[in-house]
Design a protein around this ligand. Sequence first.
Ligand SMILES: [Cu+2]
Length: 147
Amino acid sequence: MKTFFTMVCASILATSVFASNCEIKIEGSDMMKYDVAEITLDTSCEKTKISLKHAGKLPINAMGHNVVIVEEKNLSKITQQINFSIGVEKGYLPESEDIIFISAMVGGGDTTELEMDMSKLDKTKSYVFFCSFPGHWALMRGTIKII
Ligand SMILES: [Cu+2]
């Protein structure tokens, strides 16, 4: 019985943390594109979950996708550091405190989830999201609206 209550409480808690605005779905394709050009992050969410689905079929080493969030002013600095030699596990990016959030990279048919602690975002700053697979950011990027 105690376990049952714990499960119910846990699910209620999970629902409130990821209520409507606190969960965002993005899809990437074999055409090197996201299905959205802008996402809205609601600062009333303690945490926001981004679910990235690769709706294509190509393997991760040919058409991997992830979601990286940085301040807009750091976009070119960060994307210049993208390098195949760094490896897919790190999203082809060196460690950097300018990378606010980075999801795992996925290949065709796979989904990954990125849980974001919203206290890391500052409403007065501009943020962008992009894919750090080499060559993708020019097409795979979007703006972030913070409400
Ligand atoms: Cu990509």
